[in-house]
Design a protein around this ligand. Sequence first.
Ligand code: PGA
Ligand code: ZN
Length: 425
Amino acid sequence: MGSKIESVLARRIWDSRGRPTVEVDVRLAGGAWGRGVAPAGASRGSREAVDLRDGGPQLGGFDVQRAIGNVNGAIARCIVGMDAMDQQAVDGAMIALDGTSTKSALGGNATIATSLAVLQAAAAAAGLPLWRHLSGGAPVRMPLPEIQIFGGGAHAGRRVDVQDFLIMPIGAASFDEAMVMTAEVYRAAGELMERMGRRCGVADEGGWWPDFKSNEEALETLVRAIDAAGYRHDQVAISLDIAASEFGRNGRYTLGLEQRSYDTSDWLELLVGWVARYPILSVEDPVAEDDAQGMREFTAAVGHKVQVIGDDFLVSNAALVRDAVAAGSCNAVLLKPNQVGTISETRQALEVARAAGWGTVVSARSGETEDVAIVHLAVGWNAGQLKVGSFARSERMAKWNEALRVEAAIGAGAVYAGRKALPVP
Ligand code: PGA
Ligand code: ZN
């Protein structure tokens, strides 16, 4: 059998923050091979798969020799000889071998890099680009991208509290046009910052460094950038990733920039006010991961007109998505494969969300590499939306550029999801 796994080999490479990460090569009996890389988050949900690091003084404790050892040892012994075409069986074997609910024994970084490498090897054995292998011939759409214009929160030394000020080119006719619109808004925002005397480089995901006096000033400046680029608000809309777990706990939200503290209901009132005053069509993690009631209240207040995404709140976990669907906590899920640790589990979370009519957003992490697999997952799974950071830094641009190549490969029949990808009218 040509798709039998013959060897599994992990090595240490380096991510976009200059930190070690795990890369895995999987070779099959028939000669095909695939490579997977683990990304890394900075604003992580507490229920995420464990990102196994060595600790100690060297490399800030971030080294991954233990995770690499787990791939080259226990994981390799477990999956060599298995069929790479049966992703679920391979992932299931790793889940069973790990035996914990958070991949804390093997490390989610070890399992996701291996899982992705197996997937890539299977696509190579089938002689197909990854997106095509994943779609199995079913119709796909080019995703609506969410692109960060200002980066804040844990990605910018907490200069502002809100983590991502993003745009969504809902009115583009194609992914190619969506990138043109993004480039115009990104450039206009940079020019505005320059004129305000506040241009000081970029944050971790490439968005402009957020040198603002308040969180709302960032929002105002983003609207001005969209206007300056010449787009109407039905062409380019705003998406916010509040990432509220970073500054909220036990029903208290404390903004460092404004030196103000809110209880959940005052905090929600502020956010609902932003949604009313600005062209916002999507809000991610509006409240902290421990505030299930706040999540339900926000979705009840604005979920009929705004996409409400659970990230830290759901950690790409199908069981948590199922509970959130039942409770009406949000209406969309962020899908970060390393949050849960395998490709099969990520796909399960997507299918649960899709069956509920939710929005599904495939997402990279703030610590990334040149790996572009995430783009293929978004297209091949027909997720409808893709979030990979800003419009600068090559670990981000590699992904947007890969999406352009996929759109070109699909050719004249390519469909851009656009606004229809959102779970709201
Ligand atoms: P992270 O943040 O990759 O640093 O965890 C991204 C996000 O919150 O969406
Ligand atoms: Zn997030």
